[in-house]
Design a protein around this ligand. Structure first.
Ligand SMILES: Cc1ncc(COP(=O)(O)O)c(C=O)c1O
Length: 366
């Protein structure tokens, strides 16, 4: 088997090794503060008795699962705390494939590259459905692609890399398609707290045995290094997912889960709104400055990313490396996200230097 290794770490390392100042806009690592309660939770943890330094329950701390379940309106038994949304997606895809209803996973183009990578690793086959220019997904196109072979449809809203936020009707119809073919809609909602449009709809708003929702605190609490996420399974699918989680990981990180629980309990809504406001400002600053470059670009409705297309400069890895060396701006090649955006570059707005980055791009493409 040939694994498809996502390019993120390669580009990050290339940028880190560069012989010049580089503005890092490669991956979605927030540069803003986590909630204060999270830091306090961690400090508290250092002084706990040694028993709290031992294995937590494999499926996650009970109080954290209860907190998640209460917030999401599901049963605690449906919640597995995972090693980020990354593991949640892996468990969901594995569970969908092992139901034996088919081996095809329907993905979008453009796509978050870890999904095709995981599909291959799990011995599934990939079918891509093109999103439109705005990144919206037409459920009828998904229906047309679906068949008895379809094990899962993976949707991500707010979307990486397009910034699209799917309306409630789209999510509802995607669940319908999954039900029609007895497949599973996997709804990756890791950017739910960065909905800048007010249009975000969770797949949990539709009651169905045919959907799994995945999420994490990596982005919402600005802690991609903590590795705390979760998956919400329909009751009849959760047991085997829990076993797979245990066999792969034994358990997740206990101090991280404790600190996340404290943060969930103590953090007011203003924390999340402040971060959305910061992102809105960065989107405006970056896209205004991009206007100077004559580039075409996307204005995200959610998530952290702006895609830009510079005339005569396709989104290849070689061009991304050139941009790092010659302009001092590091983005991701559009080709990493599928054929449809291979002319584009993706920039993550996770640096206060977005205006300077756009100016560097303007100078470079003058
Ligand atoms: C769409 C999407 N899903 C999942 C992940 C991985 O999240 P985590 O760090 O919680 O594993 C990311 C990270 O960038 C993402 O963009």
């Amino acid at each position: 088997m040939e694994y498809e290794t996502p390019l993120f770490f390669h580009v990050m390392q290339y940028a880190a090794r560069a012989d010049r100042d580089v503005i890092d806009m490669v991956s979605g690592n927030p540069d803003w503060e986590p909630p204060e309660a999270l830091r306090e939770g961690l400090r508290e943890y250092a002084d706990f008795e040694p028993d709290r330094f031992q294995y937590p329950p494999s499926e996650g701390l009970l109080e954290l699962r209860e907190e998640i379940a209460a917030r999401r309106g599901v049963d605690t038994e449906q919640v597995i705390v995972t090693n980020g949304a990354g593991e949640a997606n892996y468990l969901a895809m594995a569970r969908a494939l092992e139901r034996g209803r088919g081996s095809e996973i329907i993905l979008t183009d453009p796509v978050y590259p870890y999904y095709p990578g995981k599909t291959t690793m799990l011995d599934g086959t990939q079918t891509f459905v093109a999103a439109d220019e705005d990144g919206q997904l037409d459920p009828d196109a998904v229906r047309a692609a679906a068949s008895e072979e379809t094990a899962a449809i993976v949707a991500n809203s707010p979307n990486n890399p397009t910034g699209a936020v799917y309306p409630e009707a789209t999510i509802g119809e995607l669940v319908d398609v999954a039900e029609e073919y007895d497949a599973i809609l996997i709804s990756d909602e890791v950017y739910d707290h960065y909905d800048l449009s007010g249009e975000f709809a969770s797949a949990l708003s539709v009651d169905s045995e045919n959907r799994i929702v995945t999420n994490a605190f990596s982005k919402s609490l600005a802690i991609t290094g903590f590795r705390v996420g979760y998956a919400i399974f329909p009751p009849e699918l959760v047991d085997d997912a829990r076993s797979r989680h245990m066999l792969v990981n034994v358990a997740g990180s206990r101090p991280s889960q404790y600190a996340v629980l404290q943060a969930l309990r103590e953090t007011p809504p203003e924390y999340y709104e402040t971060n959305r406001e910061l992102l809105r400002e960065r989107v405006d600053t970056f896209t205004d400055a991009l206007d100077e470059t004559g580039a075409e670009y996307t204005t995200p409705q959610g998530s952290f990313y702006v895609m830009a297309r510079f005339d005569g400069y396709p989104g290849t890895l070689a061009n991304v490396e050139r941009l790092i060396d010659e302009a001092g701006v590091a983005g991701m090649p559009g080709e990493a996200f599928g054929d449809s955006r291979s002319d584009w570059l993706r920039f993550a707005l996770v640096t206060p230097r977005v205006e300077e980055a756009a100016k560097r791009l303007a100078t470079h493409f003058e």
